[in-house]
Design a protein around this ligand. Structure first.
Ligand code: SF4
Length: 374
C-alpha cells in the first residue's frame, strides 16, 4: 500500500544549517495553507486512494495548533482510505508541544511522534541555533510518553560545531535513557548558501576522518543500547522501524502534498514547487507537477543498499541478467573481505563501515550492472 506525505513548510525560526524549504510560521498563513492542503486532498487525481502510512513532516508541523492539525487529519480521513493499522507520524519540535497538545494529537489519530532533539548538550544546541535546550527536549519526550505515545522517535546529529566523541556518546546515552523506540542519526552536512556555509563554522565542524570516527562510534553505541541499524541513518528497537520512510528506500509509492513535497506515483517521480504562496492560491498545481528523473532499474541498488535487507542477487539477475548478477556478486565478495558488506544467501547488505562509503560502493555495483546492460 502507498504512503501519504504532507509537508508543512513553516518554522518558528530558521536553523542556520538547514536548507529545506520553509518560511516563518504565522497563524493566518498556517490556516490558509491547511485549507489549501484540504482542497488538494479533495481534488480528483488522488481522491479515495488507499494508504497505510501518513507522515506529516516539515518544516515544523508541531507549530500548527491542535485544532488546525485535527482539521488537517480529518481532511486526510475524509478523502483517502487510510488503513486501520496505519502508521501516522508527526515531526515535532520540542519547544512547540505540551502534554495536552500531544494528547490531542493522539485523539486526532496520530500514533507516532518524531522529535528533532539533535543533541543533549546545551552548548551544541545553541550553536545549532535550536530553540530548545535538552531539558525541554527531555520534558517533551516524557510528556509524549505520559500522553500515551508508545512509538516515539528522536533525531540526533553528529559532527556539529564543537562536538567531540565524548559529547556525542553522552548525548546518545541520554537519548537512550528516554522512552524512545527509534533514533535517526544524521551527520551534519554544510549546505551551500546557508549561514553555516563559512570558514569559521567549517573550522569547528568535524572533517571527513573525524566524521567517520563519530559515525562508527555512534552506530556501535546505539547497537549496544538495543537500537538496531536498519538503514544508513536510522536505528530502532525491534518492530519500530519507520514504515513510512521504508517506502522511500524500498522504492514503494508515496504521494506528497504541499509546497516542495515529492511523490513517486504511477511510475513517475515529481515535486510541487517550493512556493507556499503559489500553493495556497492554486494547490491543484500538484496535479501538473514538476517531473523528476525516474528509472526503477537504476534506483534499485541505490535505494535498497541503504537498508539492512540490502540488495538481492536474484533481483539483479531479473533486472540485468545473469552476467551482471555474477559480476555484482564477485565485487561484493571483495567488499566483504574488506569489512564493507555482508553476503547472506541471496542478499548483500552494508556494514557500518560500508555505510560510510556507500556512495562509492553503489557506484561500483551499478557500474557492473550497466556494463552488462549495454
Ligand atoms: S526546524 Fe527543522 S525544518 Fe525548520 S529550519 Fe530548523 S532544521 Fe530546518
Amino acid at each position: 500500500m502507498r504512503g501519504i506525505y504532507i509537508h508543512i513548510p513553516l518554522c518558528l525560526r530558521k536553523c542556520p544549517y538547514c536548507d529545506f524549504y520553509s518560511v516563518r510560521y504565522d497563524d493566518a498563513l498556517a490556516e490558509k495553507y491547511v485549507d489549501a492542503l484540504i482542497r488538494n486532498f479533495k481534488s480528483g487525481r488522488y481522491k479515495g486512494l488507499c494508504a497505510d502510512t501518513v507522515y506529516i513532516g516539515g518544516g515544523t508541523p508541531s507549530s500548527l495548533d491542535e485544532k488546525l492539525l485535527d482539521r488537517l487529519l480529518c481532511g486526510v480521513f475524509d478523502n483517502f482510505k487510510i488503513d486501520k493499522n496505519a502508521e501516522i507520524t508527526i515531526e515535532a519540535n520540542p519547544c512547540s508541544v505540551s502534554e495536552d497538545k500531544l494528547r490531542a494529537y493522539l485523539a486526532s489519530g496520530i500514533g507516532r511522534v518524531s522529535f528533532g532533539i539533535q543533541s543533549a548538550d546545551d552548548r551544541e544546541l545553541a550553536l545549532l541555533g535550536r530553540l530548545h535546550d535538552y531539558d525541554m527536549a527531555e520534558k517533551a519526550v516524557l510528556a509524549a510518553h505520559r500522553a500515551g505515545f508508545d512509538n516515539i522517535s528522536g533525531d540526533i546529529m553528529a559532527g556539529t560545531p564543537g562536538q567531540d566523541r565524548e559529547s556525542l556518546l553522552k548525548s546518545i546515552d541520554r537519548l537512550c535513557s528516554l522512552p524512545l523506540k527509534h533514533i535517526s542519526a544524521y551527520m551534519l552536512s554544510i549546505e551551500s548558501g546557508t549561514p553555516f556555509d563559512n570558514d569559521d563554522i567549517r573550522a569547528q565542524t568535524a572533517d571527513d576522518d573525524k566524521m567517520s570516527e563519530l559515525y562508527l562510534a555512534m552506530a556501535q553505541r546505539l547497537e549496544e543500547k538495543g537500537f538496531c541499524q536498519y538503514e544508513i541513518s536510522n536505528f530502532s528497537q525491534k518492530g519500530f522501524e519507520s514504515r513510512h520512510n521504508l517506502k522511500y528506500w524500498l522504492g514503494e509509492e508515496y504521494i506528497g502534498f504541499g509546497a516542495s513535497a515529492h511523490s513517486l506515483y504511477a511510475g513517475e517521480r515529481y515535486s510541487v514547487p517550493p512556493d507556499i504562496g503559489r500553493y495556497i492560491t492554486d494547490p491543484l498545481q500538484s496535479e501538473d507537477p514538476e517531473p523528476l528523473p525516474y528509472d526503477e532499474k537504476q534506483e534499485y541498488i541505490m535505494l535498497h543498499l541503504r537498508v539492512k535487507s540490502g540488495i538481492s542477487i536474484s533481483r539483479i539477475c531479473e533486472l540485468y541478467g545473469n552476467a551482471a548478477a555474477d559480476s555484482v556478486y564477485a565485487k561484493a565478495q571483495i567488499f566483504e573481505k574488506n569489512g564493507l558488506c555482508v553476503i547472506n544467501g541471496d542478499s548483500i547488505s552494508l556494514t557500518a563501515s560500508g555505510c560510510l562509503v556507500s556512495n562509492g560502493i553503489i557506484t561500483q555495483l551499478q557500474y557492473e550492472c550497466d556494463m552488462h546492460n549495454s
